[in-house]
Design a protein around this ligand. Structure first.
Ligand code: GUN
Length: 297
């Protein structure tokens, strides 16, 4: 790996190339009379969720996927929400379902995620898919860590034996990320808010995945020369007077001095999250058809 001033891993460029391929995949599915369909459920008015969901819908439509948002009031009951999911599970035009998180406090996210049919679980959050991922079986995989692997593959040829340090243990990023890096034969360390001597650990990392949710948490002194650093953080900093700035978990300017490759925020991992969601919808749509073909044979 290079040493010195880091090269930027351009999420927008990588995603743009993937979208070209995905457009062709969608065309091929349409030739077989399959129009991939995505249903996104958003509950309440969380500001960031609104932006993420609109972006997912916009991108899906650009690629030729049918995508629809179901915006449900904050006060919805858990039972009513699960009923909605059941309806979408039974709708043959819908191949992928996601529930944008976080959910209001009165709703148990596990119960809601369990209600999604595993074959339509394009977030890869259902326990069936989580279990399959852990066992190394084919499944729908969580989008953000999948996107991180795609980004890493653009700059790393052989992962075997590299020390990957994942900071954060969420079900959305940290845990599946460490499983995927393990599958690439990395030596994986998972760090979190209770980890002692974090900097001592990160300084031994060849790959750092920063998913702590803390702005500019990873500083230059925590990074080994030549490490590859991916920033999963999306933090909104209040600059005062209603001015906000988006920033990642990594002190980009400083860490760029020691890393070999670094992903920016914005324009980094977030771009790949959406691309991987669309990839999962295409995969789910293809799987449904092959399942039906087998049944009807
Ligand atoms: N909230 C933050 N990230 C995600 C994600 O990848 N999927 C869903 N459904 N909600 C999220």
């Amino acid at each position: 790996m290079n040493e010195g001033s880091a090269r930027v891993i351009n999420g927008r460029e990588i995603a743009a190339n993937l979208y070209q391929e995905m457009k062709k995949d969608v065309e091929r599915l349409k030739e077989r009379h399959i129009l991939p369909g995505l249903a996104i459920i958003r509950v309440g008015n969380d500001y960031a969720s609104g932006i993420y969901v609109n972006n997912k819908i916009k991108r899906s439509l650009e690629i030729g996927i049918h995508a629809k948002q179901y915006h449900i009031e904050e006060t919805v009951s858990q039972a009513a929400l699960i009923d909605k999911i059941e309806t979408l599970n039974n709708d043959s035009k819908v191949h992928g379902i996601i529930i944008q998180l976080p959910l209001p406090r009165h709703i148990d996210p596990f119960s809601v995620i369990h209600a999604i049919h595993p074959a339509k679980d394009v977030d890869g959050f259902h326990p069936i898919n989580v279990g399959k991922l852990t066992l190394g079986e084919p499944c729908l995989q969580p989008c953000t860590p999948q996107g991180c692997i795609v980004m890493l593959e653009t700059v790393i040829k052989d992962f075997a034996g590299l020390h990957a340090v994942v900071i954060g243990r969420s079900n959305i990023v940290g845990r599946p990320m460490s499983t995927m890096l393990l599958a690439k034969n990395c030596t994986v360390t998972i760090c979190h808010s209770y980890t002692k001597n974090l900097a001592d650990i990160t300084r031994t990392a060849d790959i750092i995945i920063a998913a702590a949710g803390k702005p500019k948490f990873i500083t230059k002194d925590m990074v080994k020369k030549g490490a590859v650093v991916l920033d999963v953080g999306i933090n909104r900093i209040n600059l005062g007077d209603d001015n906000y700035m988006m920033c990642g978990d990594v002190d980009f300017k400083e860490v760029s001095r020691v890393a070999s490759y670094i992903s920016p925020v914005p324009g980094g991992v977030g771009q790949l999250t959406v691309a991987m969601l669309i990839k999962n919808v295409i995969k789910a749509a293809s799987m449904t058809r092959s399942f039906l073909d087998k049944v009807n044979r």
